[in-house]
Ligand binder design. Structure first.
Ligand code: ASP
Length: 291
């Protein structure tokens, strides 16, 4: 049995096979392979896209989904996470999808279950299904040619788990990762080129991934207002016109802070394509882990 905690849980060949199934799913060619299966989702942090896309993916493949409402679960009566998960496991689900604010929590549950655990985001650490759908979107956009492409990941690279998963995944597919952030959001490592402004790198980039400032993970206020931050890090039509790059954002987008209103409608802005691909990738991952 396999779990998905981080992108390195899958080999390159496994990832390419996931992409093949995701393409089949998009073409309506994946049948109801998960008929009779039950997937439990447990979200301890907010979610729009990830939770819904897991549910839609599962249902399209014929599975049923049980969303535990953590706000009204017995954790409110003092039950530990491990007891909650052991009890869910005793009902024999076929997979458990979990999001939590604590780094490492999904992984720590592996010893308590007999089914795959899928990490849907753990604190600042990782968000593997997001990184897979990002890479899939890049791969489709460039017709399968990712080798040698350059990406600028822009914004709160320090606190974003999307940045975390992507900076570990994309280099495995030959993509050169550049991080662009103000000092307060800089990544604390030296494996990547880091820049202070988009202007310095934009002419060289094939892909720009804009990120939301992860306010829920800041314990101090870094900017008087996000408008201050936006002056230097918002993706504007001026940048779009300067260089032909693919623009991505994992969502939720802070409009006119991360990306301007008009750029969100630009044909090279693939934010909604990422959402569509998210369903296909999650369907493919559920199929791989459950069957
Ligand atoms: N939705 C993504 C996440 O859960 C990105 C974000 O929230 O900024 O990490």
């Amino acid at each position: 049995m396999q779990h998905l905690i981080r992108t390195s849980d899958f080999t390159k060949d496994e990832i390419l096979a996931i992409f093949e199934d995701a393409r089949a799913f998009k073409e309506g060619k994946l049948s109801k392979v998960l008929e009779g299966k039950i997937i439990v989702t447990l979200f301890f942090e907010n979610s729009t896209r990830t939770r819904t896309s897991f549910e839609i993916a599962a249902k399209r493949l014929g599975a049923e989904v049980v969303n535990l409402d953590v706000g009204t679960s017995s954790q409110k009566k003092g039950e530990t996470m491990y007891d909650t998960v052991s009890n869910l496991n005793a009902m024999n689900p076929d997979a458990i999808v979990i999001r939590h604010s604590v780094h490492g929590l999904p992984e720590s549950l592996i010893g308590y279950v007999d089914c795959p655990i899928i990490n849907a985001g753990d604190g600042r650490h990782s968000h593997p299904t997001q990184a897979f759908l990002d890479l899939f979107t890049i791969n489709e956009y460039f017709g399968g040619e990712t080798e040698g492409k350059k990406i600028a990941i822009v914004g709160d690279v320090k606190n974003s788990r999307v940045a975390g998963s992507n900076r570990r995944l994309l280099p495995r597919f030959g993509i050169d990762v550049n991080l662009v952030a103000p000092d307060c959001f800089k990544y604390e490592g030296d494996e990547f080129k880091q820049f202070n402004t988009i202007q310095e790198v934009i002419d060289d980039m094939d892909i720009v991934m804009s990120l939301r400032s992860q306010l829920e993970r800041h314990n101090i206020t870094y900017f008087e207002s996000l408008q201050e931050y936006a002056k230097d890090f918002c993706i504007t039509s001026e940048l779009m016109n300067r260089k032909e790059f693919l623009l991505l954002h994992p969502g939720p987008v802070n409009r006119n802070i991360d990306i301007t209103d008009d750029v969100l409608k630009h044909p090279r802005c693939k934010v909604l394509e990422q959402v569509t691909n998210g369903v296909a990738i999650r369907a493919s991952i559920l199929k791989k882990l459950i069957l």
